[in-house]
Design a protein. Structure first.
Lengths: 317, 291, 357
């Protein structure tokens, strides 16, 4: 009986790694290859609505490789690259606006007493768990020409004609705030809750004023949270579809919506694929930076935890 | 020393919570408006809730969404636990880098790209193997499970990292072997994180519009797809009612869960404080009983 | 007869670090053995090798005549009590204790009896249904002990068993642990960094340093007759003097250590040889007048610290020598010596330990 092991025990580790690895290769990695391939093909009528990139026909191996779709993106740049630039602009400003609101909110939560903190955290988590589609839908009811805000302002006599809020940058930013604010608050909160009050007192004791304490102690120590939160907002905001589709107008074209339209309306799958590749190229830098940053914070966290443990058990190996 | 929040910060904070909550609260109020016109309050009514219950298209989509979300969340959780185990427990195994890249990139992949790429894959596979034949519920489940497992892995990993390894060693010391140790010790201890992972994967799947739109076929419209097609046509009171129900359901469960967690942590703390005092009493008892 | 536990030339490396270095040790049945050393000395690694959690790079471990090399942790007749107790947080006290019994496929009715018996042994009767987080530190420690004893191991390993308890509770638990060990006659190996704990618990102590056993002896021998400077310094407080043997007569050695010192001749020393002298602070007596002891050194008090039961002094003698001494709190009228007072330090030749290094 001693030393006997079953097949499962011997191959347990291999199975644990292989199952998710295979799944992710098949359903995540291969599809991306497929997108890249399709972006080099030509559309056609039929199913699927594009030529195969390569294959074996009557005359043996053939390829249909061409760069036509990318040429198209450049030729009609105002229809494709314009929205791409727009996406970056809107996402960037959305990130900054989220940060402006999230920072004091996170600070407020982190500095509350435990009971109040638990309540405020629930208030932040609640939108996170509810459908953003429904919350954006609720926002439309507020911003519409005949929506709640205009009705109220007209009723109160503040304005004579309905304000135009839908299909503007304003509506986009409101939608982004509604969707992504919790994602900015949570990492900020995580760094702020660790911030020791004594550090602030020490800085003040050493002669720093409120602004100086913030600039020299609070800001550097919450920087990991700022970076993490900004990436969490910026990356999905660039590729956002629902917000420009429901809240934006022609001036708020974003790459995600263009891709959607090319795919579902024009049924031009190769151009949609080329747009997907373009979107990935735009996001490559922040995504790679996010991974690097993630590794760094994990390392920092470990150092922090080790330091804490050493405090508790001095001299423990 | 407690620092009061500076007033500009307080205003921004209140505004922030306002942005998160005012639209939803207004919508909830207007879901009880008897008029079809959103702008006019014509008296309290629950008729849109009645109409909602009559709407077979929505009810059918709800059923499909629930099935998709339960299946996808379950697959996600199982695979997420496997991924987390590999990362936290297996040290520097072969394919670690590959698995880590594959399991973290879906977290930041734009939904339109994920949706488009999976559709292209499904069509390509159908051409090669005849599977999956057409798009439907199955393809949505696969798509949702793929990104769901990556989120689940993050949640479970966080818990596994501060898992006290010595309790597994204790189990081995007392005669248990893998995988019995995993099921009798590890899994029960990380169960709260596993449940949280399942709920997260469920929510992500249940709320997903973009990816489902790409990989769904005719007749497999999920609830977000139906809602989106209706919302495009403008604000309708039925959707107000539907959104109200869904948001209140989520709110009720999140608040209940938080209350339970808060209560548990408090009783646990209390119990600890009481028993810490108990040590003294036991010691006195021992001394008396010693000859 | 072969010893009950035989550790033979065992080595274990972690990368460049040699945690356990060619270590050999025999332990008898029913012994309460203590491995004592500072953190990082390799004592926990040795314990984990006995339990089967660490592999042995070279050498062998035998328990009751059986080589443990190919026996996994789950199958060894060894149980361990972890430093943090490692109680299963999701199980009741009874289920924690029964875990190992269930793995051994014991019948439920027998398990119930055995759990009751163990709870009685560790004085936790009636706590069956509590969860670990509902217990105090001392109660958890006893559950961990009961759980480790449940399978009637031939050898019980205890990793810093009392480190997580506060000082008062620790003192009571020490005696309890010894009682239980004597009652069960199981072999215990205790790992600790606390010399007082080791002295109270063990019948024999092995002092470890840098992966090696420096000395294995009874507590009294270790304290009174340390084998080298490291042990003398590690166990309790001590004053060192360096000198040269200048003469020998009547079983006494004359030593010139900047001051003349008489020491009992333990044998093995010759005239002209350099030696270290170690003297425990409680063996030195301070007085205002010259005493009757063989060694009498005029001193002046440099430092004094009152600790309650005793006072600790640092005194300086001729030629810049320094001694540490502890004087019990005086009974009666005698006023304790104070700062900068002059007097004499006296000690018996039998209390001077001679060290080669």
């Amino acid at each position: 009986m001693m030393g006997q092991t079953t097949w499962l025990q011997r191959n347990g580790r291999r199975i644990v790694v292989a199952l998710p690895l295979i799944w992710l290769i098949v359903f995540f990695f291969l599809p991306l290859i497929e997108v890249a391939q399709t972006s080099f093909t030509m559309p056609r009528r039929g199913i699927p609505p594009f030529e195969p990139l390569w294959g074996f026909g009557k005359d043996g191996f053939f390829t249909n490789f061409n760069l036509e779709n990318y040429a198209l993106l450049l030729e009609y740049w105002q229809d494709y690259l314009g929205p791409a630039g727009n996406s970056i602009r809107l996402a960037l400003f959305s990130t900054i606006i989220c940060l402006v609101f999230a920072y004091p909110m996170a600070w407020w939560i982190a500095r509350s007493d435990p009971r109040q903190r638990a309540m405020l955290l629930v208030l932040v988590m609640l939108p996170f768990w509810t459908s953003s589609l429904l919350r954006i839908y609720a926002l439309i009811g507020l911003l519409n020409p005949n929506g709640f805000i205009n009705t109220m302002l007209l009723f109160l006599g503040v304005i004579d004609a309905p304000l135009r809020m839908m299909q503007t940058d304003f509506s986009i930013y409101m939608g982004m705030l509604l969707t992504y604010l919790p994602l900015m608050i949570l990492p900020l909160y995580a760094t702020m809750i660790r911030l020791d009050d004594d550090l602030l007192d020490a800085a003040a004791d050493l002669g720093a004023g409120r602004v100086a304490v913030f600039r020299t102690v609070v800001l550097p120590l919450t920087m990991p949270g700022i970076i993490a939160g900004s990436l969490l907002v910026f990356i999905p905001a660039v590729g956002e579809f629902v917000i420009p589709a429901l809240l934006g107008g022609p001036d708020q074209m974003m790459i995600g919506k263009v891709l959607w339209t090319e795919f579902f309306r024009s049924r031009d799958w190769p151009v949609a694929s080329a747009l997907a590749v373009l979107l990935l190229i735009i996001l490559a830098v922040p995504i790679i930076y996010a991974r690097y940053q993630d590794g760094r914070t994990t390392a920092l966290d470990q150092q922090y935890d080790e330091a804490q443990q050493n405090d508790i058990k001095p001299g423990a190996a | 020393m407690r620092r009061p929040l500076a007033w500009p910060a307080l205003i921004l904070g209140v505004l922030g919570f306002g942005i998160l909550y005012v639209p939803v609260i207004v919508m909830i109020i207007y879901s009880f408006n008897s008029s079809r016109l959103v702008s006019v309050w014509a008296g309290f009514s629950t008729k849109w809730y009645g109409a909602l219950l009559q709407n077979e298209q929505i009810l059918e989509a709800l059923g499909k969404s629930l099935w998709v979300a339960v299946s996808a969340a379950t697959i996600s959780t199982v695979f997420g636990v496997l991924i987390a185990l590999a990362f936290v427990r297996f040290g520097n195994f072969r394919f670690r880098l590959a698995l880590s890249a594959l399991a973290s990139t879906p977290l930041v992949m734009p939904e339109v790209v994920t949706g488009l790429s999976l559709l292209l894959l499904f069509i390509g596979m159908e051409g090669l193997f005849g599977w999956p034949s057409g798009r439907g519920i199955d393809t949505i489940i696969i798509a949702h499970a793929t990104f769901g497992m990556c989120f689940a892995a993050v949640v479970v990993q966080a818990r596994l990292r501060d898992f006290d390894m010595s309790i597994e060693e204790a189990a081995a010391d007392l005669g248990a072997r893998q995988p019995y140790i995993f099921f009798s010790i590890t899994l029960p201890v990380i169960a709260p994180a596993v449940v949280a992972a399942w709920l997260l994967a469920f929510t992500l799947s249940f709320d997903d519009l973009v990816i489902a739109s790409f990989v769904s076929g005719p007749g497999s419209s999920t609830l977000p797809i139906v809602i989106f097609s209706k919302v495009r046509l403008g604000v309708t009171p039925e959707i107000n009612a539907l959104a109200t129900i869904m948001i209140l359901l989520v709110a009720a469960s999140v608040v209940t869960a938080s209350l339970i967690i808060y209560h548990n942590s408090r009783t646990r703390r209390r119990a600890l404080e009481q028993t810490a005092a108990g040590d003294e009493i036991t010691v006195v008892g021992q001394k008396e009983s010693q000859p | 007869m072969a010893p009950f536990i035989r550790i033979e030339n065992v080595t274990r490396r972690f990368g460049d670090v040699v945690a356990v270095d060619d270590l050999s040790l025999d332990i008898e049945k029913a012994e309460l053995f203590c491995l004592l050393g500072a953190s990082g000395c390799g004592k926990t690694t040795l314990l984990r090798m006995l339990a089967g959690f660490e592999t042995v790079d070279s050498g062998r471990i035998e328990i009751d005549g059986i080589d443990m090399a190919s026996v996994p942790a789950a199958a060894r007749p060894v149980n361990i009590m972890f430093q943090n107790y490692a109680l299963f947080p999701h199980m009741s006290v009874a289920n924690n204790i029964a875990y190992g019994l269930r793995r051994a496929r014991m019948a439920e009715s027998e398990i119930r009896t055995r759990v009751e018996e163990l709870l009685r042994l560790v004085r936790l009767t009636g706590m069956d249904d509590r969860r670990p987080h509902q217990l105090s530190g001392g109660q958890r420690q006893r559950v961990a002990l009961a759980r480790a004893l449940a399978r009637r191991p031939k050898l019980l390993l205890l990793d810093e068993p009392l480190a997580a308890l506060d000082k008062k509770l620790r003192e009571d638990t020490q005696f309890e642990l010894v009682d239980i060990q004597e009652k069960l006659e199981t072999t215990f190996i205790v790992v600790t960094h606390d010399q007082e704990e080791a002295m109270t618990l063990a019948s024999r102590i092995g002092v470890m340093d840098a992966g090696k056993l420096v000395q294995v002896d009874s507590p009294r021998q270790l304290y009174d007759r340390p084998g080298n400077r490291f042990i003398a310094d590690f166990l309790g407080s001590v004053s060192f003097l360096d000198g040269i043997v200048t003469g020998a007569k009547d079983g006494l050695l004359e030593i010139d250590a900047k001051i003349p010192v008489l020491a009992l001749d333990p044998g093995g020393f010759s005239v002209g040889q350099p030696v270290s002298l170690a003297i425990r602070p409680e063996k030195i007596n301070l007085s205002r007048s010259r005493g009757k002891a063989a060694n009498n050194i005029p001193i002046s008090i440099v430092d004094m610290a009152f600790t309650g039961v005793a006072s600790n002094y640092r005194v300086s003698g001729p030629n810049g020598i320094m001694l540490k001494t502890t004087q019990p709190n005086q009974r009666g009228e005698d006023a304790p010596m104070e700062w900068e007072e002059q007097g004499f330090a006296s000690f018996d030749p039998a209390d001077v330990v001679l060290l080669q290094d």
